[in-house]
Each structure stands twice: as structure tokens, then as C-alpha cells.
Design a protein around this ligand. Sequence first.
Ligand code: ATP
Length: 359
Amino acid sequence: MARLELNDLRKTFGRGEDSVEAVSDLSLSVSDGELLVLVGPSGCGKSTTLNCIAGLDSVTDGTIRIGGDPVNERRPEERDIAMVFQNYALYPHMTAAENLEFGLKMTTGLTAAERRERVESTAELLDIDRLLDQKPKSLSGGQKQRVALGRAIIRDPSVFLMDEPLSNLDASLRSTMRTEIQQLQEDLDVTTVYVTHDQTEAMTMADRIAVMRGGTLQQVGEPLECYYRPQNRFVAEFIGEPAMNMVQVTRRGDRFVADGFEYPVPKRADHLSSGNSFTLGIRPGAIDVVEPQTGAATGTVGVVEPLGETSHAHVDIADTTLTITTDGPGTVERGDVVGVDFPPQRVHVFDVDTGVAVA
Ligand code: ATP
């Protein structure tokens, strides 16, 4: 177990005009045994960050510490880290058992019998003991990923790094493996950085989420903290499904107004100047359907997407469309004219230009 710290980490690829700053001044710490999920859209610098921690990419600037020790100058195999990749990275000519054992041969001075014992106990833990004699090509995607996880676990490293390990699996297997990895990580109590672009994976698995965009850290916090108190518009729209609704409004006296929309300024937004424009954010699940002309706005229901227990309905209001989550099927139907309203504590207010949350 070990604490992992990144201080002002910067990684630039290339030189001069063609250079790309993949990671900018990233400072982050992951506690002993914590599962931190790095999440963000494609190209935001997640994998580069992970590769720098692993030592697969050199660092342009900044310090990486594991258990308090700077590791920038250490080779990957000297960092006591195990990494799991999206494409499994198993040796095709080796059986599952040999793949598991390989990591042990490289790093420890165990006897053959001790290695065999570790392979067996790891295989049992991951429920792949029946597959030990098979080569990767005869394993399913899920089985391969279990072997890859086993190869990481067997070395008993200080830090696990996982780069989109579930991306190649189908939806139902992904959801099962998500729970299993989370359970495994909790049982093994190993400091873990898990990279994904999937916000659901981040929300469901993480002790804390670190949201990245364009190489910079946007917010670090527990999943529900990022969901309920996003620090900026980017985090607000990235976390949560369907995405948070955004409405451009102007404050006029004690109201936020837009075409077809009027809402009392919540108390905590009272410091915002009248006459200025803002972006209001409202989660689809926070919106109630009310009688027309009684709520914040009245609109016409467009597409309704039934999901069983809930539906997502799109309500057109002047030049805005709000997505709302309703109970079950039949609560609203296409063409219905409905009012929409929401409690003041569920309204987020963002600066129009910077996107920073201002109330
Ligand atoms: P994805 O989810 O698509 O893997 P990511 O968030 O992991 O994306 P990175 O792979 O870290 O993003 O890439 C960050 C930026 O750095 C991108 O603009 C990418 O093109 C650039 N980049 C990454 N590796 C290299 C490299 N070896 N040489 C040049 N540019 C690179």
C-alpha cells in the first residue's frame, strides 16, 4: 500500500510549433487504498497521466511520488506498480498460468513451488482456475481481462493502474466486471488509479473522481459531490446521464428570465447582479411536470424515450429543449402541453463566459 502524489505534473509531446501539451500542471494525491477514477473525454490526457505514473512516458515537469519517494527517475519495473490495459496485453504463446506467472518471475525471488501456489490462489480469487492451461486465443474477452487482472494482482504491487480495462467488453459483462473490480480493489486495499471516458463507470466505481479536460484537472471529489456540486459547466455536463440541461437567462430584478422561461432567483444567488446573463443548469431528474402556466416554463412534449421504470421526455420551450426524467411510461406523451418546475436547491448557476459555478 502507498500514497500516490502528483505535483505540478506536465507532459509535452514534440517540440516547437507542433508540440502538444497533453497534461498541464496536474496536482493530485491518491490515498492509501483509495480508488481514484480519472475521467474525461477522448484526448484529455488521462492515458498520458497514467503512463507517466507507470514510467512508460517521461515527465516534462513536476514530481511523482509513491509512498513519499520521488519515482521520476525510476524505470517502470522499479516503481512497484502493476498496470492493466484495455487490450489485455497477454502473451499469446503462453497459457493463462504462464501469463500469470510471468510477472512473478521478473520481479521476485520466489521458488517454482511458491510461484505455482500464487498462480493457483490468484486464479481461484478471479474464478479462472479452470482456464489455467488455455492460451489467450481460446479465452473470451472477459476471461482474458480476468487473466490480465490476475497478472497485475499476483505481484502484490503498491499501486494499480488501469487504463479503460472494460472498454472491449459488452455492456452486461462490463457492468458485472465493474462490480468485481471494485470489490477486488476494496478487498486488496491497493491504491488504484482507474482511467475511463465513461462517466457511469466513474460514478459507480470511484472513491473519488478526477475530471480532466484538455490536459487540466477540472474537479476532484466524491462522485456525488461532483454530481450535486459541479464546480463548472464542463463537469456539470460531463457527469450525469442524461446531461444537465442548460438555459441561458438574464437576471431581471428577483427573476431569471429567458424567452418562455421565468424563475425566482434562489437566495444563494442573490449576490449576482441584475441585468447580467447567466447559464442555469438543471438536472433532468430534478424537473417536475406541473400544470401548464404554473411553473418556470410551459412547453410541448417532443420525443419520449421509454426506459421501463423511467422515461426521458424532451420538452420544447421557445428556442430551448429541456430533457426531463419522468416516472414510468405514459406520464407525458408526445404533443402534450406541460408546465415544468424544479426546486431552487437543484438549480446551478454558471458564469456565461468562464463556465465557473457562481451559485
Ligand atoms: P483517450 O481516451 O482517447 O485514450 P486520453 O484522455 O487518454 O484519450 P491521451 O491519450 O493522454 O488522452 O492524449 C492526450 C493528448 O496527447 C492528445 O492530444 C494526444 O493526441 C496527445 N498524445 C498522446 N500521446 C502522444 C504521443 N506519443 N505523441 C504525440 N502526441 C500524443
